[in-house]
Design a protein around this ligand. Structure first.
Ligand code: GRF
Length: 187
């Protein structure tokens, strides 16, 4: 059985979609650990309700990014993680984690990359007047939101409400993330 680690910082709807797909056999893997950098984030309760091990940390408790990433690498190694799925993990992955796991880390981003990189992709796209939105899943490297694209899905939206774009996009995200994880694991 392949093993996934899911990293999240917030609500965790993508985490839940992935974990449910694993539990029901739609993804032939198990979520071995959920890593969260925000004590108090809703995703932690969701993981605990589903009986999934969590590693929750506060970056301020460490001397720097390489210190907490070294601990994460130890954990991922111990669990023999095959694939790391970033799902709303609001931190830039540093060289400690990349050196150990590059080529095994993917991220989901709420725009059609390379347009609208960064943390405010949807808001930026709405401000730009975009009419076709989308979701991208890509490999993670040192270039923020710049790794090679694995999958994309577009949807039309002519309005100007970022919350509506997020809602429409998340339905696609959950489906696309499950399909893409399956493709990678079956390669
Ligand atoms: C998603 O919209 C994803 O594209 C972005 O962060 C959001 C996470 O949402 N990277 P959730 O916590 O999975 O609900």
């Amino acid at each position: 059985m392949k093993k996934l680690a899911v990293f999240a910082s917030g609500t965790g709807t993508n985490f839940v979609a992935i974990a449910k797909a694993c539990a029901s056999g739609v993804i032939k893997a198990e979520v071995a650990v959920m890593v969260c950098d925000k004590p108090g984030a809703a995703v932690i309760d969701r993981a605990r309700e589903m009986g999934i091990e969590t590693f929750v940390f506060s970056p301020k408790d460490y001397t720097g990014k390489s210190a907490y990433e070294a601990e994460i690498v130890k954990l991922l190694d111990a669990k023999e993680i095959d694939l790391v799925c970033l799902a709303g993990y609001m931190r830039i992955v540093g060289e400690t984690l990349l050196n150990a796991y590059e080529g095994k880390i993917i991220n989901i981003h709420p725009s059609l990359l390379p347009s609208f990189k960064g943390a405010h992709a949807v808001e930026d796209a709405v401000a730009y007047g975009v009419k076709v939105y989308g979701i991208t899943i890509h490999w993670v490297n040192a270039d923020l939101d710049g790794g090679k694209i694995i999958a994309q899905r577009a949807f039309p939206y002519e309005g100007s409400d970022p919350a509506e774009v997020h809602r429409l996009g998340q339905v696609i995200e959950h489906q696309l993330y499950i399909e893409t994880i399956n493709k990678i694991l079956n390669q």
